[in-house]
Design a protein around this ligand. Sequence first.
Ligand code: LCS
Length: 347
Amino acid sequence: FAGTADGYIYTRLGNPTINALEQCMAQLENGVGAVATSSGMGAISTVYMALLGQGAHAVGTSSVYGPSRVLLEKHFSRFGVESTWVDTTHLDNIRAAIRPNTKLVYIESPANPTMQVTDIAAAAEIAHQHGALLVVDNTFASPYLQKPLNLGADVTLHSVTKFLNGHADIVGGIIVVKDAAHYKAIRGMMTAMGCNMDPHQAFMVLRGIKTLGVRMDRAQANAMKIARWLESHPKLNWVRYVGLESHPQYALVKQQMSGFGAMIAFELKGGLEAGRTVMDNVKLATLAVSLGGVETLVEHPASMTHASMSRAHREEAGITDGLVRYSVGLEDADDLIADLAQAFERI
Ligand code: LCS
């Protein structure tokens, strides 16, 4: 208990199975250590709690997983923590939002659900110039496709519920840290708050990581085929997939990611009504939140994952009422295309 010797005392403080996952993730993302948590939100709240305090300010990507933003705006604001949310694809917006008390720049790239991509190396440089830390939510890419700590970030985190676990059968989170002092602070905060991962979750995620590469390869090959088909479809206003040349940050994607992943966003002509028709009529994809699993999921961010954000904040972030998010799984790509085609026919 004096902390002078290694060993396992109590699972909230440490456990061999959880530790195996933490070691694995620290190696995959080049951190000094990793801290596993009960959920992705557990990872995010631990990082906020450890790195922000009374009078501190954070700058974040406006298009993040809704609750990551709402947590600061609605809850941490009660304790004197301020936050500003901007389109971080334009680095000048980060520079302009930084204040003397900014302690954290928080980015999600690619972002949920707009698929906006932020320049991680440049964001790290800006944060560091102002004495702030850069935290990257790397959930959409996974360490297989992007390693933010190698690009200059101080902390990276995941909802392991998604690609890392990959089978949609547990919820979990993890934080990977570059610097020993921050690692110690973050671990201390996690154990104090008690949002530890359970050993069974850790066992499941370690199983999932064994196939991360092959799952990602298949899912992103499917996604590319589907995105190209969507791009040529007359019923769509636009399609966003980081692997398409039409993606606004395509050149940056090729620089900082080693693949394109499996998340697609699109908007149908006919907006929300048309989107609802498609979501209600797909048969192979499932209408559900979450993402990154072996099965294809389709969802409507404005009424589902991002409903906790105000409409004004959603619009500012590019999350239109007509935006449909599609998480590509491991099914046959032509079957998925046929499924979408028959649903589009119903509009
Ligand atoms: N970060 C990102 C990018 C996410 O997409 C999510 C969850 C979280 C963090 C939070 O992780 P959790 O606590 O759920 O493990 N995203 C969800 C989504 O898009 N649909 O359902 C959950």
